[in-house]
Design a protein around this ligand. Structure first.
Ligand code: HEC
Length: 494
């Protein structure tokens, strides 16, 4: 190979006085030779090194010769293009299914690469690129690469993430399903900041990641220049400029001269298959894509099927847990009984153990058959523990409406009043909202214990009963606490 490299130099020297046609031929020779030999592993490197040392002395010469060659170039090149099919033809060019992809020029150092890139840039080429084993400082301006528009894309998509997040929260919380939580406003910026922040970051990150791939036209797993064994050294110790044939400025001879003139060691012509067949994915890749797509869609399809399908048998259940048990569910047919009903009536004339509730005083607050009890039943211990229990349960079940002090100004009422004052909350106002009673009114203070107990159990007018939430013990404890509360405030208390 060192032999070849020296040939190139010789050719370059001669080209000063010769036609570009010969130039091209010689380049082809090199190509063919390079192609032939580089198949042997390891060889290109060793050879290339020796070639380098040979070149270094002549580099000035070749540059000069290039310069002088350019002046004479234009006319002969056209002729050369036609007369190419002489002896040594690039095997690729000879193939009918190949078309010209571009020119690949090799340079020795980053400095040469930058100098060459500047020339190519100034010549007005657009469809070209530099290839180097490592990032070369100053290559961007040398290539005339403009500042990336990625930040603008990210900004716009980030903004849409911001407003999308706000819209999402407004739509769900304030518009579509306004749900009052602890009297907080339905839509409020401070509360919405965290989610807005997250959606902004999410959108920006996706825009950055995919924008970078898109703008760089990635992923790209193959490139026509890979056909050139020499190009492998772009990952090692050589620097390349590749100009693609579809560049509007591209003229084979002219472009080649430009690259050589810019100090290229070698300029290679690169071909690529033009048959539609090259667009086809290799079969294994195609098979992989199909199989993974089908597999990825299977769970979705199964879920979709399960959602619309009505089946007599339970759906396929991977982890049964305790979902299926031997038991009789309410309202089902059950063969054990004569009338085949799963649900059974209470057995007539019986009461379950401990559920008789015959003590009117304790369970209903009534004594002597029809009078409100003025006293606490014997079951209720009038001590600190009961009082503490009553205070606790009052705080949970009564204070939201009646207020911690019992004046009828609890948080729920205040919220409604606020909304009413602002003209909001039309629906609730239309349904009517009664202010919870002030528990310190004289007549409430004078209610017998039993009647107060009954109010808590069964509710009164627009207030619901709390028998389902509170046990009898707890209801009496609340009565005790309300009495203490009234005594602390009211003059009417006994
Ligand atoms: C959801 C709000 C709300 C809760 C919770 C609530 N109340 Fe009431 N309460 C009301 C309203 C409203 C009234 C007035 C009803 C009316 O006049 O239509 C009322 C009335 C009363 C009265 C007056 C009865 C009368 O004879 O005028 C008492 C006593 C009372 N509540 C006790 C309680 C106790 C004790 C609790 C806790 C177990 C409780 N309330 C929980 C809303 C509530």
């Amino acid at each position: 190979m060192s032999q070849d490299d020296r040939d190139i130099d010789k050719d370059a020297d001669q080209s000063a006085g010769e036609t570009a046609a010969e130039d091209r031929d010689s380049a082809k020779e090199t190509e063919a030779a390079a192609g032939g030999e580089d198949h042997v592993e390891g060889k290109p490197r060793a050879d290339g090194d020796s070639g380098d040392s040979g070149d270094s002395g002549d580099s000035g010469d070749s540059g000069d010769s290039g310069d002088s060659g350019v002046a004479e170039e234009p006319v002969p090149v056209a002729a050369a293009a036609g007369g190419d099919d002489g002896g040594d033809v690039d095997p690729d060019e000879a193939r009918m299914d190949m078309e010209l992809y571009g020119l690949l020029a090799e340079y020795r150092s980053p400095a040469e690469l930058i100098a060459a890139a500047e020339k190519v840039r100034d010549a007005g080429y657009t469809q070209w690129d530099c290839y180097s084993p490592f990032p070369v400082h100053g290559i961007d301006p040398a290539m005339g690469i403009k500042r990336t528009i990625l930040p603008i894309i990210v900004f716009i998509i980030g903004l849409s993430g911001l407003f999308g997040g706000l819209l999402l929260q407004w739509w769900t919380n304030a518009h579509f399903w306004p749900w009052l939580v602890s009297g907080k406003p339905f839509f409020s910026l401070p509360a919405n900041i965290p989610i807005t922040f997250e959606t902004t970051v999410l959108a920006s990150v996706f825009a950055t990641f995919f924008g970078m791939w898109g703008l760089n036209k990635l992923p790209q797993v193959w490139h026509p220049f890979f056909r050139k064994p020499r190009f492998a050294r772009a990952t090692d110790d050589k620097f390349f400029i590749g100009i693609e044939a579809y560049d509007p400025k591209f003229q084979r001879g002219k472009t080649e001269a430009l690259l050589t003139d810019a100090g290229a060691l070698v300029v290679e012509t690169c071909y690529t298959e033009n048959s539609p067949g090259r667009l086809k994915l290799p079969r294994p890749v195609l098979a992989f894509i199909i199989v993974t797509t089908v597999m990825a869609l299977t769970p979705v399809a199964l879920i979709g099927k399960a959602r619309v399908e009505k089946a007599r048998e339970p759906h396929f259940h991977l982890v049964p847990n305790m979902d299926f048990q031997l038991k009789v569910k309410p309202q089902v047919q059950y063969g054990l009984f004569e009338d085949e009903r799963g649900s059974r009536d209470y057995v007539e004339g019986t009461v379950a153990r401990g559920q008789l509730k015959e003590d009117d005083h304790f369970y209903r607050g009534i004594v002597n058959g029809n009078q409100w009890a003025q006293t606490f039943p014997d079951q209720v211990k009038l001590d600190g523990a009961t009082m503490a229990r009553g205070q606790r349960q009052f705080g949970i079940y009564c204070a939201p409406c009646h207020g911690a002090s019992g004046h009828g100004n609890g948080m729920v009422h205040n919220r409604v009043a606020n909304l009413q004052a602002n003209g909001q909350f039309g629906k609730l106002v239309a349904q009517g909202w009664n202010q919870p009673s002030n528990l310190h009114q004289d007549y409430v203070v004078r209610l017998p214990h039993g009647q107060l107990y009954n109010t808590i159990s069964n509710g009164i007018r627009s207030m619901r009963g709390y028998a389902a939430q509170l046990s009898e013990d707890d209801r009496w404890a609340i009565v005790l606490y309300v009495r203490a509360l009234q005594r602390s405030v009211s003059t009417a208390s006994r």
